[in-house]
Write a protein that binds this ligand. Structure first.
Ligand SMILES: C[S@@+](CC[C@H](N)C(=O)[O-])C[C@H]1O[C@@H](n2cnc3c(N)ncnc32)[C@H](O)[C@@H]1O
Length: 351
């Protein structure tokens, strides 16, 4: 057996193990909740054999894409094995300890249970809530400290493989600037969160200037800790609102944005797309990644519906039906492409 195929088996085994662990966690925690709080209204979807097969196939496709992109040197293979185990080990008990609070919030439909200390005037109304019933919404260090693992569990261990789907279209887009020095290329990651996307980007773009922007101080602090030891230039982190980006027109050659749009009201999605267009240089590329939508993943409709019914995701129901492609074109972008990978859809477009 060649060395290459051994590492592919290792990669697949790692992904499958994470998938089993994520699935087991969700099964145990939801059964426990239904046992302790029978009125908690969690709906279990019926996953029949066919749906299970579809899920399995689309996860296999995602892993194959992930592996092939690394094989083609679109990003280094070490990214595929980059798991912050120690971090997860400290986060996992916190998730269990916090679970009764989450259950209670879900049961009482208490969506605006946020830290008393926050100054609400500093944030848009749609942001002042606890998405997924998470403790403190995006507005505390505690929330930031467990977010990554929560997402990893939600996606059965495939979150980073899905985030990495933005890298190929970014690389292709940056070919428009191939006559420039890499160190002069600027990439902006909007709604950057606690650092996982930035780590994937730095792995693939070691020389380019990378900036991450987010509305949450706590998430930016967590990102700063997480990315502090990465090779390459320091990644710049800025607090700011995607609706009014604090940058001049035509400042960036690429903008990425992962898992933001489903948490925005429809009119704000338009506003944010306009901002992306404004701060991109002509020829620059925008790459979005977010949840799949009903139009191109109809077989997963029950999973999408269960998501907004079981979690607090007030804009998701509208998002999964929104015609993002036509919004992107309306703003002025050209060459709009989209493709789905397991639970994530990726759009790319050029200014
Ligand atoms: C679901 S998380 C995604 C984080 C990250 N991109 C990832 O891949 O995990 C959504 C992020 O969007 C940020 N956010 C929400 N609304 C925002 C806005 N209007 N401007 C900037 N950031 C925003 C939140 O603070 C949070 O960090």
């Amino acid at each position: 057996m060649t060395r290459e195929s051994i590492s592919k088996i290792a990669y697949k085994t790692l992904q499958q193990s994470k998938s089993i662990a994520g699935f087991a966690h969700k099964q145990i925690s939801s059964r426990l909740m239904n046992f302790i709080l029978p009125d908690s209204k969690i709906e279990n979807i019926d996953i029949d054999k066919n749906l299970l097969l579809e899920i399995q196939n689309s996860m296999d496709f995602l892993r194959e894409e992930d592996w092939n992109d690394a094989e083609k040197n679109i990003y280094p293979k070490k990214l595929l094995f980059d798991e912050p185990w120690l971090r997860y080990l400290t986060q996992y008990p916190k998730i269990w300890l916090d679970m009764p609070n989450t259950w209670d919030r879900r049961r009482k439909q208490n969506f605006d249970d946020l830290p008393k200390s926050i100054e609400k005037d500093n944030y848009p109304q749609y942001y002042l809530r606890n998405f997924h019933h998470q403790t403190d919404g995006y507005l505390s260090d505690f929330s930031a400290s467990i977010y990554d693992l929560q997402v990893e569990i939600l996606f059965n261990g495939s979150a980073d493989s899905m985030r990495r789907r933005i890298i190929k279209p970014i690389k292709e887009g940056l070919e428009n600037f191939s006559n420039r020095k890499k160190s002069s290329i600027k990439i902006l990651d909007v709604a950057t969160g606690s650092g996982r996307t930035l780590k994937q980007l730095r792995g693939a773009f070691p020389k380019e200037k990378i900036t991450g922007i987010d509305l949450s101080d706590s998430y930016l602090k967590e990102a700063s800790r997480y990315i502090s030891d990465l090779d390459g230039d320091l990644i710049e982190l800025i607090k700011g609102n995607a609706e009014e980006l604090p940058f001049e027109n035509d400042s960036f050659q690429c903008i990425s944005c992962v898992y933001l749009f489903h948490e925005l009201p429809r009119t704000i999605r338009d506003k944010v797309l306009n901002e992306f267009f404004r701060v991109l240089e002509p020829g620059g590329t925008m790459v979005l990644a977010d949840s799949i939508q009903i139009s191109d993943s109809p077989n997963f409709t029950s999973i999408m519906e269960n998501f907004y019914k079981s979690f607090h995701e007030p804009f998701y129901c509208d998002y999964i039906k929104d015609n993002i492609n036509s919004k992107i074109e309306k703003v002025g972008f050209k060459n709009v492409k989209s493709k789905s990978f397991f639970m994530t859809k990726v759009w790319s477009a050029v200014k």
